[in-house]
Structure formats: C-alpha cells, structure tokens
Write a protein that binds this ligand. Structure first.
Ligand code: 21W
Length: 242
C-alpha cells in the first residue's frame, strides 16, 4: 500500500516513519509512505502556500493551486483532515487499509480553500472532538492505524485481539512479580488452565466495557457464554452496591 501525505510541515513527519510497526512494514516493502511538501508546488517568487480568508476573520487558508498541482501527480482516494470530517474509527481504518493507494491532505491554519474539497476530496476525516493546531498529527494517527492493518505488517492474531476489532475493551494484564506491594496476580492466570483463563478474560472484558463504554455494547450480538457472564456481572454489581 502507498500512503501519500501532503503537508506544509514535512519536518513534523521525521521520526514517525523511523520507528516500530511502521518501520517494519516499510522495510518489508508492504507499505510506502510518501511525505510531500506542498511548497514544492508553489511556483511564485515567495512560494506562498497560504492567503487571507475572503469575508474577513482571523487566520490563513491554504491556497488551491499548489494543492491541485500536487494532487495531479498522485493517485488513490483523497482524504482531507478537518474538524468538520467524519470521525475516524477502526472500521474506516480497515476499509482504507484495503486500498492500493491513498492521499492524505494534512490541513493547517484554518484549513484549505473549499473548492479543493468540492472538486478533489473524497472524504473529510476528523480524529475526535478536541482542537489541534493542524491536521499533521491526525494524518500520522490515521497512517499509524492503517499501516498496522496492511496484511503482513503484524501477526494476524495481534489485531484480532484488538479491542474495537471484537468490540470489547481489553481485559487486565499482569507480569512478574506474582506479588507486588501486597497486590497479587489473579490466581486463575497462574493456573495454566487455558479454558478458565479464556473465560476469566472474556468476563473482565465484558465487565470493563459494561462499566466504562456501555455504548460499545449497544447493538452488539452476544453468544451464550457472553450472556451468562453479563448476567453474572450484573448480579455481582448489584450485590456490591447493597
Ligand atoms: C482547529 C483548524 C480549529 C480550524 C469557524 C471557522 C484536522 C483536527 C484537525 C483547526 C479550527 C482534526 C473557526 C481533531 C482537530 C485540524 C486545526 C477552527 C476557528 N471557526 N481532528 N473557523 N481535531 N485542526 N478555527 O483539530 O486541522 S483533523
């Protein structure tokens, strides 16, 4: 897969491509990340990439011509990072990881001229309801999330265990020592009884999701075991509150 990133701040992406899972996928040639400086497509004397907003108001806007010139050299779906976009989530990441090539425009300042959105952008995407200074971090967040889903980037089991993949939050994990400041690792995890461990983990996942992210349980299908465990959880919580 090829991910093109159009940005006015290519320096912000250094380091990102040099680490961890991204690096492995890049080295295996499963992934290509192409960071492109929009300023290279500014042909005027001052290489001006931004300008004042028509109608007045604070802030600058990215000019259309350099962006369109850059886009004309690239392929794939065009994604624009913007607070007005649809929320990025694991489902969208899975869809995008199946594309041959995508191009992400990392917005900065007040964003880009709306005519670029109208004529060239396929999808406007936000990473959440909080205010950042630009779309560079969102572009990296999306690229990181998509890259680890590219077949071969990580072991299959790794993402099948992801919360959001199975629709539940993770169960708690422990490592050595078995006792730390008087706190013990749950007995079942030391038992070597794989079936019981699996059931315990499923129950802890369900309990956490029920308490912290009940929205994730809405509309989810439950199998027989999950229904039994959820009933146990609700009974236990009732007893605790008495
Ligand atoms: C933040 C640009 C706020 C503009 C009405 C008109 C991309 C982002 C961004 C930014 C404003 C994403 C105004 C989550 C984010 C991004 C920069 C609004 C005032 N109001 N996902 N103008 N959060 N943010 N400016 O901030 O470019 S994806």
């Amino acid at each position: 897969m090829k991910i093109n990133i159009l940005t006015l701040f290519p320096e912000m992406f250094r380091g990102f491509t040099g680490e961890s899972i991204i690096k492995r996928a890049l080295e295996k040639n499963l992934l290509e990340i192409n960071v492109i400086n929009i300023r290279d497509f500014c042909y005027d004397k001052h290489k001006q990439a931004d300008d004042k907003v028509f109608g007045g108001g604070a802030g600058m806007l990215m000019k259309p011509e350099p962006l369109i010139r850059a886009l004309n050299t690239l392929g794939g779906k065009v994604i624009y990072t913007s607070p007005q976009g649809v929320r990025f989530d694991q489902k969208l990441a899975i869809e995008l990881s199946q594309e041959e090539e995508i191009t992400i425009i990392a917005g900065h300042y007040e964003g880009i001229d709306e005519r670029v959105v109208e004529s060239r952008v396929d999808l406007e995407v936000s990473i959440g309801d909080f205010v950042l200074t630009g779309g560079e971090l969102p572009a990296m967040v999306m690229t990181d999330c998509i890259a680890r889903l590219v077949p071969g980037a990580i072991k299959q089991e790794s993402y099948e265990n992801d919360s959001f993949f199975n629709g539940l939050l993770d169960y708690p994990n422990y490592t050595r020592p078995e006792e730390y400041e008087g706190m013990k690792v749950p007995e079942v995890l030391l038992s070597g009884h794989h079936k019981n461990i699996e059931i315990w983990r499923k129950k802890e996942s369900l309990k956490r999701t029920y308490l912290r992210r009940p929205d994730l349980l809405k509309g989810r299908e439950f199998d027989k075991l999950e229904k039994k465990l959820l009933n146990e959880i609700k009974e236990e919580l009732k007893k605790e509150s008495k």
